[in-house]
Write a protein that binds this ligand. Sequence first.
Ligand code: TYM
Length: 330
Amino acid sequence: MEHIILSGIKPTGQLHLGSYIGAISNFIKYQKEDDKTFIFIADLHALTLPIDPKELYENTRDLVAFYLAAGLDPEKVAIFLQSQVPAHSELGIILNNYAYMGEMSRMTQFKDKSAKLNEKSIGLGLFTYPVLMAADILLYNAEIVPVGEDQKQHVELCRDLAIRINNRYKQEIFVVPTPVIAKTGARIMSLSDPTKKMSKSDPKGDIFLKDDLKIARKKIMSAVTDLGSEVKYDKENKPGISNLLTIYSCLKGITIEEAEKEFVNQRYGEFKKAVADVVCAFLEDIQSKYTKVIESGIIDKVLHDGALKASKIADETVERVKKAIGLYSF
Ligand code: TYM
């Protein structure tokens, strides 16, 4: 039997090569014919830090368009907005009661993000965010959650919550999910500082999916590289070259070893040009598909149908939980 798969992306900032390689490209690999894949847009999560309404709206539309442009098929996959399936909020509120302040305070992303804010302006939503994420996963009885490395801790918290609640009520209320992290590409690094993750807030170090091709090429050609001259994967001593090799091999669908073989005796400059060619060809293709999706006007229908499919399962889960914990249900 096929596994149930769920994953999502937050519509904050622009999509970049890290979100594509670490997440979207894996969603495509997992989609099956049998309505067991749920890929959503975590728009309620986007509210955890201040965001301009227009930007949120446009990011959301873009994210759906890029899901479709990358090859997610709405016939096979439920593609939906978190905010259009009220069960997410409902289960999130219930789960809040089973999560502990201590474990929430240990979430690395919360620590990193809150450290950048004035203590008085840290929203409660930022703190409880992983609980809502647990609700996202548990609602669909997801067994497999494909994510990049930075989300592993959140999926593990979800596992802990599911096990804790199942034990407390002595029944299998929730399916316990497993995070699946790809061997290559689960942490694409910044081009301007290859010791940091490529994230949505670093225009120099990011390749955005909407980048102009000339700008993208320039970013790759000026990517920080390392001492030495050999094109070899060595994360410790050659983080810049290793990152470019990862990007190259993921976009070409080959292994790191195969990529290394292509560049034996080649200089960094020649290697970077080959990476830029592959990245630009990828961007050109996905951008033209993105434009077609936007022009086709299908986004609202995809989201409407997706929310219906998702709600059916999600509502069943909320009913099951309510019954198990003693909330009155008919
Ligand atoms: P988000 O929106 O920050 O990132 C979306 C996905 O992209 C992966 N990713 C990366 N992978 C490789 N290299 C990078 N530089 C890189 N940057 C981001 C992330 O690991 C993630 O898989 N909390 C989630 C969204 C979410 C979710 C969920 C995911 C909400 N509920 C339930 C799975 C299941 C988030 O903020 O991801």
